[in-house]
Every structure is written in structure tokens, then in C-alpha cells.
Design a protein around this ligand. Structure first.
Ligand SMILES: Cc1ncc(COP(=O)(O)O)c(C=O)c1O
Length: 386
């Protein structure tokens, strides 16, 4: 059987648009958004634009009435262009430039400062109506050490004592509306974690609120909802997570979440052509410049032979790209069927942190992107040209 994306053969897409090619299934994105909206009915859901910022994908998500989670002025501009409601969106400023802060202030997005020094810089530029601070609660979780962003030794957020000072300063300066934020890691596959975060943020908010006499308008527990990449990983029970998080959230503030991966990861497939078979190396035309997650984190992505997904495994192979680095691999010792030069491989679960992390290393040109909706396909980013 041939691999289908929507109702279209992946090999046909590869022929039409050439490879390497990112293909996204619109229906998968809509399904994930619907699940979130259904299971977090009282929560403000902001899509983390960093996961995939293709304008067509952003428009699709903003049409579902989600807010945006932005990490710099460019992402705020992308969100505005895609018609996200900026008042419902949030900007987390990690080591921002003054230009970023100035743009954010003008845009009226909720600003979430990662440090008191950032807030002091912001005050020199202007005074926001509402301010939030990112707390580092001293712990974090994530699929790989590099994507745990809470806990000791990480660069993100402030401890509670410093955050309390920041809220005091904000109040002294006449700011009257407040939020509080935590983002502690990505790719979390442990369901109970999100309820633990919800409890922690309320406890911290209570202590800070009591000490400073401020009320919080929103509490944001960040993104991090994991998706299955590896054969042994299961889809999280999003219904149970939503129910448990909303039940644990007792505060009258608005609860916020910032999922990226959960919304777009599974929608994406990277199609790549086998160029070279050399011993047990299968060389393909995509590499770490196209999808860096395996080289960067040792991340696992399922890899299928697109023209025959049922073919029996007959070998253990290394699947590698054309880049001059020994880290340029997609899989090591992976059970694979017989593969021939010219075959199309489908690297799955590539919709998040895929194209957005692509680079021009070795003079590689960025791939094209295509959106599939059932029987239709549409080019949503031209292949880069020299
Ligand atoms: C502040 C913030 N929010 C949300 C996210 C999205 O995380 P995920 O894609 O794991 O949901 C990230 C990812 O790094 C982040 O830094």
C-alpha cells in the first residue's frame, strides 16, 4: 500500500513538487485544535508560533479563534498578519532587544517578562497596561535535556523571590493588571504533569498575591503537551488532561496554555528521495539542514517507505543526509525494508520544529511546503532558489 496524506498519494506529491518537501495535513491540525477546545473549554489557548510559522498554517489556526504565543517582534508581526487577536495573545520576552519590547508594547500584546531586568528596560520604553512574569518553579520536564526549560541551571524565568520583587515594582509604577506564567519543558508525555503545573502556579500566585496585594487576571502554564514519536509512545489522553487541569484550576483568573507541538507535529511529513545506497547507509536528499531534530536532540521520527508502507523489514540501516557533519542522520540502525535509489521516504511527525529550524548550512536551499486538505493540495511555500 502507498502512503496517503489526506487522500493523496505521498509519491504523487513528491513527483509534483519535488523533494525534500514538507507536507501538512489540514485535517490533523483541525482535529488537534478541536480536541483542545473541547477539553479545555474555559482556557485561553494560544498557539506557540515557533513550532511552525508558515502563514497559511497560522491563518488556519487563527481562524479557529486561538490566540498566539510569540517569542519576538517578528512572531508578533506574523501573528498580526495571520489575523490572530493580539489582545488574546502573549509575548514571552527572553533576552529581548529594546526594539522587540517597543514593538510588543505598541502592539498591545500581553508582555511576559523573563527577568526583572527586562521589565526595567521595558519601563524605560513605556508602561504596559498589563504585565506578566515568567516563573521558574525550580523544576522542569521534557523529552530531551535540551528541551527542559525549567529548573536550576536553565536560562529561563525568575525564581519566586525575584518575581515577587518584579510584581512589587510593577505595582509601584502604577500597573494594575497582572498575569503569571510558567513554561517548564516541551514534549512532556506524563499526563499528571499538567495538573501539577496548574497546582504549582496557583500556589505561587497565592503567595505572591498575598505578599504584594495584587490580583492575577491570567495564569499561563505554557506549552509542552507531548505527542507520540516512537513506536512505544501513546497518544496522551487529552480529555483526561483537560478535565483534570480545569478541575484543579480554582482561581477566578483566566487559565492559559501555549501548545505548539500538540497542534502541528503530527500533521507534518517530510518527503525525501533516496539518492544513494552505500553499505548500510541510505542517503537521502533531506538532511540536518532540512530537519535538525534528530541531529540536535537525538530525536526519533518514524520513517516509512512511501511507495510501499507494508513492505517487510529486511535490514538495519542508517538513514543519512547530504550534509558534511557526522551528526547528519535521521535514524541509526533502523529496521527498514529493502530500499532503492529513487524511492521516496516519509519522515513522519515533522510538523513542529521542522521547517522553522531549517538552515542554509552547506548552501542547502529551504524546501517547499504543501498543505493537503482531503483531495486537494496547495503549495504554501515556494522552494527556495539560489
Ligand atoms: C514560552 C513557550 N511557550 C510554548 C512553547 C511551546 O511548547 P510545545 O511546542 O512543547 O507545546 C514553547 C516552546 O519552546 C515556549 O518556549
Amino acid at each position: 500500500m502507498k502512503l496517503k496524506i489526506g487522500n493523496i498519494n505521498a509519491t504523487e506529491l513528491a513527483k509534483t513538487y519535488n523533494t525534500p518537501l514538507y507536507v501538512y495535513n489540514k485535517q490533523t491540525i483541525l482535529k488537534r485544535i478541536n480536541e483542545l477546545k473541547t477539553n479545555f473549554p474555559n482556557t485561553n489557548i494560544c498557539y506557540a508560533i515557533k513550532a511552525n510559522n508558515n502563514q497559511e498554517i497560522l491563518k488556519l489556526i487563527s481562524e479557529q479563534n486561538l490566540g498566539a504565543d510569540c517569542s519576538n517582534a517578528n512572531e508578533i508581526k506574523m501573528a498580526q498578519k495571520a489575523n490572530f487577536k493580539i489582545e488574546n495573545s502573549i509575548y514571552t520576552a527572553v533576552n529581548p532587544t529594546n526594539e522587540d519590547l517597543e514593538y510588543a508594547l505598541k502592539s498591545k500584546i500581553k508582555i511576559n517578562c523573563d527577568d526583572i531586568s527586562v521589565f526595567k528596560r521595558l519601563l524605560e520604553i513605556g508602561k504596559p497596561k498589563i504585565i506578566s512574569f515568567r516563573i521558574n518553579p525550580g523544576f522542569g520536564k521534557g523529552k530531551f535535556p535540551s528541551i527542559v526549560v525549567g529548573g536550576h541551571g536553565t536560562k529561563f524565568g525568575m525564581n519566586e523571590d525575584l518575581a515577587r520583587e518584579a510584581y512589587r515594582l510593577a505595582k509601584e509604577k502604577g500597573i494594575k493588571r497582572f498575569g503569571i506564567h510558567m513554561m517548564t519543558g516541551s514534549g512532556v508525555n506524563y499526563q499528571e504533569y499538567f495538573t501539577e503545573l496548574t497546582n504549582t502556579i496557583q500556589e505561587i500566585a497565592k503567595r505572591i498575591g498575598d505578599a504584594t496585594n495584587i490580583e492575577f487576571e491570567f495564569m499561563d502554564i505554557g506549552g509542552g503537551i507531548g505527542v507520540p514519536y516512537e513506536p512505544h509512545e501513546k497518544q496522551l489522553d487529552i480529555e483526561a488532561i483537560g478535565r483534570s487541569v480545569e478541575k484543579a484550576f480554582k482561581h477566578k483568573a483566566k487559565l492559559m496554555i501555549e501548545p505548539g507541538k500538540y497542534i502541528v507535529a503530527e500533521s507534518g511529513t517530510l518527503l525525501t528521495t533516496v539518492t544513494t545506497i552505500k553499505n548500510n547507509f541510505i542517503g537521502v536528499d533531506a538532511g540536518m539542514a532540512t530537519l535538525i531534530r534528530p541531529a540536535l536532540y537525538g530525536a526519533y521520527h518514524p520513517i516509512l517507505l512511501a511507495n510501499n508502507i507494508d513492505a517487510e523489514f529486511t535490514q538495519e540501516a542508517n538513514i543519512v543526509g547530504p550534509i558534511c557533519e557526522n551528526t547528519d542522520f535521521f535514524a541509526k540502525n533502523r529496521a527498514m525494508p529493502k530500499v532503492e535509489e529513487g524511492d521516496i521516504l516519509a519522515i513522519e511527525v515533522a510538523g513542529a520544529y521542522g521547517f522553522v529550524m531549517a538552515s542554509s548550512y552547506n548552501g542547502v536551499l529551504k524546501p517547499a511546503e504543501v498543505l493537503v486538505n482531503n483531495n486537494h493540495h496547495q503549495l504554501i511555500r515556494q522552494r527556495e532558489e539560489i
